[in-house]
Design a protein around this ligand. Structure first.
Ligand code: GDP
Ligand code: IMO
Ligand code: MG
Length: 427
């Protein structure tokens, strides 16, 4: 059973970085399959804290080969600065592999992301401004630049010309900005090419050969299920497929190879950027979750919107990803509440609804129906097994498991690698 997918079951920031890092010591490859440096994954190892954006969290485990798959969008300047930042801290990054088919986030994609958001005004998505959407748009429009294009100057120039043709019209005529010069972009991209070259390879071949040899491969999702371009709260989503199917297309591995799909699930809910969020709190409970949970974006520094656990969303994540397990994170953050509300269904236009509505309008009107569970006040950060948890914490976990539709196989009780209760082994 060598291939596992680990992904966000909510709106991102569930603690995927910590979970991946935890498994990183026992797997051979950790693969990012979508997204780019819009991700912000915090990993705490001993007294060291790492913030990773583009690199797979497995980069911190010496025995593990980190892979950036074909479905990822790569900003070369961010890649190189992330690598040198880790090297300065003594992390060996030499094993990194990057797909030659991954698309490149160019400087004009970043510009277009920012000006589009400004142009949208009140209707903006609240993107991370990293050029993610425009780069995927170029990919789908077949005017994208791939990593392999950096090694053929003539092809690169032609492709940048094609991509800028329409964009410069938009920038100058609609957005009132200066045109971007083709040769400047080409020169900048060529400047990165040689530094990246040692990592670039046919990752699809490498990963499939590894699976044939029974090596353990972990696919690490960025963002989360509700930010998925197909299955999320469109249009308030990211421009890729963080859901389990994305691991197959974004890494070139067939679905028959995937043996386990682990959903990372926060014990409450957060969201960054715009879009509907039924259990969002605007009172002191929301403020307390933000403060105690340290809910501030790793990438943008924005405060995260906070709310109670939403079982409707968790059930949906189980369904669209075919989840086999949950990894419940941040249970420790809920310590101290006498009562903890959990959203078990929605009320939409006076009717109780048990499952996520497909209609955007209905979801915008969804009001949470809460059940309240008794809380606990004991410190749980030292708990090593399920039975170490106070009875009410155990009951909270069991209730969430029942409502969410897949077994909770691990529980996070603190940010550190060792602050985890393992219930069922993932490997
Ligand atoms: P990711 O984007 O899914 O990797 O998550 P982020 O790193 O953006 O946000 C999760 C935050 O919660 C990070 O600061 C982690 O260090 C922290 N964290 C992860 N698991 C736990 C946990 O079980 N308890 C606590 N208190 N913090 C956690
Ligand atoms: P990790 O991997 C939370 C959100 C942005 C915005 C929307 C679109 O750390 O969980 P984009 O720049 O992707 O076009 O922005 O998606 N978003 C995230 N929210 N965690 C993330 O990543 C996110 N990556 C993007 O805030 O609402
Ligand atoms: Mg994050």
């Amino acid at each position: 059973m060598p291939a596992l997918v680990l992904l966000g079951a909510q709106w991102g920031d569930e603690g995927k970085g910590k979970a991946t890092d935890l498994l990183g010591g026992s797997v051979d490859y950790v693969v990012r399959y979508q997204g780019g440096n819009n991700a912000g994954h915090t990993v705490v190892v001993g007294d060291q804290k790492y913030a990773l954006h583009l690199l797979p969290s497995g980069i911190l485990s010496p025995g593990c080969t980190p892979v950036i798959g074909n479905g990822v969008v790569v900003d070369p300047s961010v890649l190189l600065s992330e690598l040198s930042g880790l090297n300065e801290r003594g992390v060996d990054t030499s094993k990194l592999l990057i797909s030659g088919n991954a698309h490149v986030i160019t400087p004009y994609n970043v510009t277009v992301d920012k000006v589009t958001e400004r142009f949208l005004g009140k209707r903006k998505i609240g993107t991370t401004g990293r050029g993610i959407g425009p780069t995927y748009a170029d990919k789908i429009n077949r005017v994208g630049i791939r990593v392999q294009d950096l090694y053929d100057e003539s092809i690169l120039t032609q492709k940048v010309e094609a991509a800028l043709d329409v964009k410069n019209q938009l920038l100058t005529k609609l957005y009132n900005r200066r045109a971007i010069a083709v040769d400047q972009v080409v020169e900048e991209l060529l400047g990165y090419a040689e530094q990246i070259k040692p990592y670039v390879t046919d990752t699809v071949l490498v990963l499939n050969q590894a699976l044939e040899e029974d090596k353990v491969v972990l696919f690490e999702g960025g963002q989360g299920t509700l930010l998925d371009i197909d299955h999320g709260t469109y249009p308030f989503v990211t421009s890729s497929n963080p859901t389990a199917g994305g691991a197959c297309t974004g890494a070139g591995v067939g679905p028959t190879k995937i043996s386990r799909v682990i959903g990372i699930l926060k014990a409450y809910t957060t969201r960054v950027g715009a879009g509907p969020f039924p259990t969002e709190l605007f009172d002191e409970d929301g403020e307390a979750l933000r403060r105690i949970g340290g809910e501030r974006g790793v990438t943008t520094g924005r405060d995260r919107r906070c709310g109670w656990f939403d079982a409707v969303i968790a059930r949906y994540a189980t369904r669209v990803n075919g989840l086999t397990d949950f990894f419940l994170t941040k249970l420790d953050v809920l310590t101290g509440w006498e009562q903890i509300p959990v959203c078990v269904a929605y009320e939409i236009d006076g009717k109780r609804v048990e499952e996520l509505p497909y209609s955007q309008t209905d979801f915008h009107h969804a009001k949470p129906v809460y059940e309240t569970l008794p809380g606990w006040s004991e410190d749980i950060t030292k708990a090593k097994s399920f039975s170490d948890l106070p009875k009410n914490a155990q009951n909270y976990v069991k209730a969430l498991e029942e409502m969410s539709g897949a077994p909770i196989s691990a529980i996070g009780v603190g940010p550190g690698r060792d602050e985890t209760i393992e219930i069922n082994s993932f490997l």
